[in-house]
Design a protein around this ligand. Sequence first.
Ligand SMILES: Nc1ncnc2c1ncn2[C@@H]1O[C@H](COP(=O)(O)OP(=O)(O)OP(=O)(O)O)[C@@H](O)[C@H]1O
Length: 313
Amino acid sequence: MIEARGLTKRYGDKVAVDDLSFTVKPGTVTGFLGPNGAGKSTTMRMILGLDRPTRGTALVNGHPYTHAKAPLREVGALLDAKDVHGGRTARAHLLSLCQSNGLPRRRVNDVLELTGMSEVAGKRIKGFSLGMSQRLGIAAAMLGDPQILMFDEPVNGLDPEGILWIRNFMQSLASRGRTVFVSSHLMSEMALTAQHLIVIGRGKLLADMSTQEFINQNSSARVRVRTPHAEALLDALAAQGTTTRKVDAFIEIDGLTTDAVGDLAAKHNVTIHELFAQRSSLEEAFMEMTRDSVEYHATVGDQQVPATVGGAQ
Ligand SMILES: Nc1ncnc2c1ncn2[C@@H]1O[C@H](COP(=O)(O)OP(=O)(O)OP(=O)(O)O)[C@@H](O)[C@H]1O
């Protein structure tokens, strides 16, 4: 279990992480979401004792990670996959980690196999693709067979096969009771991977709830209807003050259920050809929630759009 209590980090005038409190529990993949610059990496670094909090505490299994007797057995972390000695082979890199952390050498073969890296174990790291480097980083994180895994943006820049592999890997770890904490700014990816979300913007906690609750709470319910009697239905909706808009062949209606729209149509003898509820995606819910906390905005035409969530698919 990971616990942040009032975690705060200032860099001069800049508050990178602002009074964050949350708990990451075992048995699920917890997504740590926020636009670029929201404070995800800084938070993860503080949990790992690589940055000192200005205020507050971060606990791993009830104590600061810096107090861990066997750190790699407690937490495995992938922060920056390219931050390794490129001249070494994958096997040599993992062996040196084993030696410096007092882990048995047999773990090297175990994690190479686990991450599908056995065939390239003798190759130098500098020739690795980003996907291979990510796998090696994950292999290193798994060396101590830890109960807690932390991955900072593990799917950034990966091809679909690599993304799928990491997603399945994290889910299988969680299903075997491990704590998996993974940061990302890719909403659609987190919707497929994480059961729980911790969302931050400008260092502040915006949401801490299940992925489904997040979508339910942050996406507005809309109903779409297709009818050959559009004018009659629009009049009936306008008469009760309902907001509507035309979207292609549909009328889109805010704030009513499909039942209410169906009943209203029946009352006015309006034939319905299609009627369905539409919820916005996790992507839209995230954009809505973090709209005011995105650091940098790009301009498209005369509209401001968040520049930092453009990578989301
Ligand atoms: N060493 C530092 N000195 C000064 N400012 C910093 C430092 N490290 C981070 N920051 C600032 O703190 C804020 C949070 O950065 P952080 O890297 O934690 O965000 P992030 O959510 O991980 O973003 P990204 O998705 O871009 O990695 C940013 O405004 C960043 O510029």
